[in-house]
Design a protein around this ligand. Structure first.
Ligand code: PMP
Length: 426
């Protein structure tokens, strides 16, 4: 086929072309960071948020068991085939039980927290990212507006764009990254008239954990302005130093009929490559998401669903409030953040916002006189350490250019290597 006949092919979807165009600047920065992280001088990749240690041991053991030959056992053999679109009954049951342990149901029937119905109110997806995609596609039409708080997980805005909806963003300020007060937020709701609001706590990238008051403010406005909510709670178990994660639907129970809550085994069990995530909410919204998920990937990998169920069962068996009901990495992440912040201050004079939760540390590099991209590039070239310029987390066109994100979801050894590289005289 000649080049000229290729150029006569029909155009790609306009929706997708627009989305690729909008991704432009952020995608370029990500590509540059990825390229830098492949260079031979790199000693510590603290860019993308994935652990450099094994995932949950119960999940790994269950996975090994599932992968054993079935020896003719038809039930075992079935575990390598499609699950139901909504996820395996085993995983949905385990998820519902784990949610009930993590957020004990209220004694008063119908009140929150209440048990999630494993058949009608839960959908297992091929990752938290896909759960978000299904929710965005199910809730938005072309021309609608979705409100996000920036900095934000960089997948929200492109997903909203693929739904041909508009992103309205509200800035959260360094160092606290608190949600705005009622007066400021009301003005945004009045101006933007969003149909959907995406809330993320514990927050990527800042590590801010929203208080009940902050969540109540957002919740009240969502009710008053008749919005849907997506509550992205993938870091729900990663809260530090006495901070407490509260589910949006527990703080504002009236939000339940209009809220989809997203979770993921990626973060819960340090299994980012398994691509098992979920969402839950009222049956009608979950059914709408199921129709998107069924057409996108049909179902999450069945053997991995089984293994995640085993990890959830083990976590749910612990009495609520048991100190072991905690990913053991929590303290490790706190220590990592402190070590990195100290090294950054000692070497470059930069200040950091110590996270209250999540997988990341954000620092302000202005004292170096460099921008975020210049700092990250110099850090990679001179010290062999990869970090991410925070501008990729801002969907608006005027992001701050002085903030940088480091992953803290790493082994102490890797963090020590990063600290040694950063503090060594050059
Ligand atoms: N939400 C947030 C805030 C995230 O940071 C991530 C992953 N980094 C996700 C959702 C999606 O996680 P996954 O697709 O790995 O389940």
């Amino acid at each position: 086929m000649s080049a000229s006949s290729i150029s006569q092919l029909p155009k790609l979807s306009e929706r997708v072309r627009n989305s690729m165009e909008r991704a432009g600047a952020g995608a370029k920065v990500w590509a540059e960071v990825t390229e830098l992280s492949r260079q031979p001088n790199i000693v510590a990749d603290l860019g993308q948020g994935f652990p450099d240690f094994d995932g949950d041991s119960a999940a790994l053991q269950a996975c090994r068991d599932v992968l054993q030959p079935s020896d003719g056992d038809r039930v075992k053999a079935r575990r390598h085939q499609y699950s139901l679109v909504q996820g395996s009954a085993r995983l949905r049951g385990s998820l519902a039980a784990w949610l009930a342990t993590s957020y004990p149901p209220s004694a008063a029937a119908g009140h929150f927290p209440r048990a999630v119905d494993a058949d009608q109110e839960l959908l297992v997806c091929t990752s938290g990212t896909e759960a978000l995609y299904c929710a965005v596609m199910a809730l938005l039409d072309a021309g609608d507006t979705a409100l996000v708080f920036e900095p934000s997980f960089p997948w929200y805005a492109p997903q909203i764009g693929l739904a041909e909806a508009r992103v309205a963003s509200v800035r959260l300020d360094y160092p606290a990254f608190r949600l705005p007060d009622e007066q400021a937020l009301r003005a945004v709701f009045e101006r933007e008239r969003p149909k959907l609001v995406i809330v993320n706590s514990p927050h990527n990238p800042s590590g801010h954990v929203a208080s009940a008051d902050e969540l109540r403010t957002v919740g009240r406005l969502c009710l008053e302005f008749n919005c849907y909510c997506i509550s992205d709670e993938v870091y729900e178990k990663y809260v530090f130093d006495g901070h407490c994660h509260q589910r949006l639907v527990d703080v504002v129970p009236e939000l339940w009929p209009r809220t989809l809550t997203v979770g993921s085994a990626s973060k819960l069990f340090s299994l980012t490559g398994w691509r098992v995530g979920w969402l839950y909410g009222p049956a009608d919204l979950v059914a709408a998401c199921r129709s998107i998920h069924g057409n996108a990937s049909y179902c999450a990998p069945t053997p991995l669903q089984e293994a995640v169920a085993a990890a959830l069962d083990q976590a749910a068996a612990l009495p609520h409030g048991d100190p072991a009901d905690v990913p053991p990495m929590r303290q490790r992440f706190v220590d990592n953040a402190r070590k990195l912040a100290a090294a950054l201050a000692a070497t470059f004079g930069v200040t950091s916002s110590l996270p209250h939760g999540g997988y990341f540390l954000v620092c302000d590099v202005s004292p170096t006189g460099l921008t975020d991209t210049e700092f990250c590039s110099a850090l990679a070239k001179d010290r062999g350490v990869i970090a991410i310029p925070l501008r990729v987390f801002y969907p608006s066109s005027d992001p701050p250019t002085n903030l940088v994100r480091f992953s803290i979801c790493k082994t102490p050894e890797l963090i020590d290597r990063a600290v040694a590289a950063m503090t060594r005289p050059i």
